[in-house]
Ligand binder design. Structure first.
Ligand SMILES: [Zn+2]
Length: 426
């Protein structure tokens, strides 16, 4: 069997024949000849007059341990539809790519599943290449009609870089919380831009928008989709309660440090049989997870910590009760009781004489109707909460992204409901 025939069978490049095979220090270079006689513009227009010709190489999936390149003559045409000179489209690669479609699909599939360093090392490529490949694959696969038939959305901000750099992310509650839009920034103009892209009809069809308690997204929604019911995400409410607990815990720790400082350690080995003196400030500091975790997920040690706090009539135990009381709002068996429950909680919190919870009760009172709307509409935002941490993970997996555009492409790839097929699955 001739070597070109063998490579034709192994590679089965769509729309081309193998005409030559060269072994170079960089890897194997496979020469191709395209089957198309008339060059075709990426827009679909078929040309007749060739502007010029050149030879181009595309990196393909590795052959054993050696790199494999496809090489073919590529023509440029003056496209009448695009009204400019463009390079012809080839079937084995995307326009403007220097990698084949199969190679790019493998890169994108790996990016959905693992971190960028692994992808770069495994496929012997660079971070910049991975970023531009992801951009191209997302542009091809993303559903261009994803902004149609949108009724219930969730809006959230995600911090992606130090120095207060944020993204605004919009997810569709009715499609498993898939990300439908993302943009850099977190002020009201950013969300207004989304509403503009949605169009007037799209905004008018919105039924519910879940938001955080900040004013920016509210301003934009009031201006562009006033009829939609606004809800405050349960995730943000519970997060504020957790922050209030943390504040009180730090205060309690400082009080303990002042009144009960930890005894200084003596030099040398402690005498045999002696027990180290209790370190009260450190104990208070370590109550954190017992106070913040979901009660169902507490370990025995953490339950013991809560029990000790209860016996000591600690202020931290009352904080914990207040937080769980607030979380009960989202665990009610009959959502119609939410109004009574929240009013009872507000009455309790504003008289509790714990400063951080008094402040919290004021914030919650100001957002009372929007919090109740979330319970009534049953907008569980566990998906959005999961999304928030997933985006953080994506950012972390890329060790931070050099640009917001690169991160947004990655978010669409991993959270935008894109399913990719590997070349081996076709
Ligand atoms: Zn064209």
């Amino acid at each position: 069997m001739r070597v070109t025939t063998a490579f034709n069978k192994i590679l089965a490049v769509p729309g081309a024949w193998v005409t030559s095979v060269r072994f170079t220090p960089n890897g194997v270079v496979v020469g191709l000849r395209g089957r198309r006689r008339r060059p075709t513009c990426p827009c679909g227009w078929k040309g007749r007059v060739v502007h010029d010709r050149s030879t181009r190489q595309w990196r393909h999936l590795d052959l054993g341990a050696s790199k494999l390149f496809l090489e073919a003559e590529i023509r440029r045409i003056h496209c009448r539809r695009c009204e400019r000179v463009r390079t012809e489209a080839v079937e084995w690669a995307r326009p403007r790519a220097r990698h084949t479609r199969d190679f790019e699909d493998v890169v994108a599939w790996l990016c959905q599943h693992t971190d960028k360093t692994t992808v770069v090392k495994l496929l012997r490529t660079s971070w910049e290449t991975v970023a531009s490949i992801v951009g191209r694959v997302v542009a091809e696969h993303i559903d261009t009609r994803r902004l149609e038939h949108i009724y219930r959305i969730g809006v959230d901000e995600v911090s992606w870089r130090q120095g207060h750099r944020y993204l605004t992310v919009v997810a569709d509650h009715d499609h498993d919380g898939a990300v439908i839009w993302a943009h850099e920034g977190r002020d009201h103009t950013v969300l207004e831009r989304f509403y503009d892209e949605l169009g007037e009809d799209g905004c008018a069809a919105l039924e519910a928008v879940s938001l955080d308690m900040g004013g920016a997204y509210k301003t934009a929604t009031d201006a562009k989709a006033a009829q939609a019911r606004q809800c405050v995400d349960p995730f943000h409410v519970v997060k504020l309660a957790n922050e209030a607990i943390d504040k009180t815990r730090r205060w309690a720790w400082n009080v303990e440090r002042r009144t009960n400082p930890a005894p200084k350690r003596r030099r040398g080995r402690p005498p045999a049989g002696s027990t180290p003196p209790p370190n009260k400030p450190r104990w208070v500091k370590h109550t954190r997870w017992a106070l913040l975790k979901d009660p169902d997920a507490l370990t025995d040690d953490q339950l013991a910590v809560l029990d000790t706090l209860r016996c000591q009539r600690s202020v931290l135990y009352r904080c914990w009760q207040l937080k769980e009381g607030l979380r009960d709002l989202y665990r009610l068996r009959h959502p119609e009781h939410a109004r009574v429950h929240l009013d009872w909680w507000l009455a309790w919190a504003c008289r509790c004489r714990i400063p951080s919870f008094v402040t919290l009760s004021k914030t919650i009172r100001a957002n009372r109707d929007r919090i109740l709307a979330a319970v009534e509409l049953g907008l569980s935002n566990s998906k959005l909460e999961g999304l928030n941490s997933k985006i953080r993970l994506i950012n972390h997996r890329g060790y931070g992204h050099h640009s917001a555009a690169a991160l947004i492409s990655m978010i669409y790839l991993c959270c935008g409901g894109i399913t990719l097929e590997l070349p081996t699955e076709r």
